[in-house]
Design a protein around this ligand. Sequence first.
Ligand code: COA
Length: 338
Amino acid sequence: MNQTGVRIAGVGHYVPKRVLTNSDLEQMFDTSDEWITTRTGMKERHIAAPDEPTSDVALGAARAALANAGLEPSAIGCIIVATVTPDYAFPATACIVGAKLGIQGVPGFDMEIACSGFIYGLTVASSMIRTGVFKRILLIGAEELSRLVNYDDRNTAVLFGDGAGAVVLEAAERDSYLGSELGADGTNPTDLYLPVGGTGALPITAEDIAAKRNTITMNGREVFRFAVTKMIAATTHALDSAGLTPNDITWVIPHQANKRIIEAAAKRLDIGPERVIINIERYGNTSAASIPIALSETAAAGKLKDGDVLLFVGFGGGLSWGAVAWRWSANGKNGTRA
Ligand SMILES: CC(C)(COP(=O)(O)OP(=O)(O)OC[C@H]1O[C@@H](n2cnc3c(N)ncnc32)[C@H](O)[C@@H]1OP(=O)(O)O)[C@@H](O)C(=O)NCCC(=O)NCCS
């Protein structure tokens, strides 16, 4: 079997223009900037326009990542979109993104594993490149969770936002993929789910819509406990599989669900806050998009150096979790690209 390494050749992100602030939410229901900030770390989130589907925010991130890699869309061999908010139940949003990029004929598929989507996608895409199936893959985490939020439910309405982040993965002599851990437990899927609209419930009815059962429903305290536990376990196992320890990590780039979740897990892992990327205050929880958005901002800020060890870690609906240990390879170095 053809065995090669993989690297990130480019990264980018895109968020819709409209910003929903904590003070906007104060006008909508009984909440306060103080409550939201202290319980979640969030201040603002971006909200897609009605005529701006997930494929459009995905496209914005894809173009930014391609520009960052210095590549044309025609260089891409496969498109993967991690999302739980596709344009349609089917076809896959990746197919639509391919057409919007003008690369009809390129294979594309979606991965639906909620907030763990980027971690699963990175593992799958890396495997396909390392085994020689594709030379370059465009991996996009793209979400419009605002479409699934019940803005009468203060327990969930403050948490979610829209956006997309993308990476161009390509074959490379030096392997950036160091190790990973993926997990899922569907015993209690209703801890974080969309009650109607799928086949797990009877067909959606007018009463369901009136009762807003077609919106995100969550057992917040349970998900909080799960998230801290799995963030620690996934990080530890991914590092073990790479033969590394928390000391070896240059940057932790975690899923941005709640600042308190991230801080509690980092503390237990003995990773100082100066090594943890948090941008939740500006985006809220953008599910599969949050890690690549955070990576894109970190790269754009010039914080990443060749050889840095990154630890991506995510968790969410499923319940599902995962982490990937990754060696950053700076543009133009050690890649196979001419
Ligand atoms: C949702 C979450 C922020 C709630 O924080 P918490 O500290 O657990 O708060 P609690 O659930 O204990 O609720 C405390 C009180 O605040 C209230 N409250 C909930 N949302 C509120 C809001 N937006 N504004 C003001 N009060 C609010 C609750 O009604 C409750 O009041 P009560 O005690 O009178 O019933 C937290 O549980 C969490 O982040 N869970 C994980 C969610 C998550 O990450 N989901 C996605 C995973 S990918």
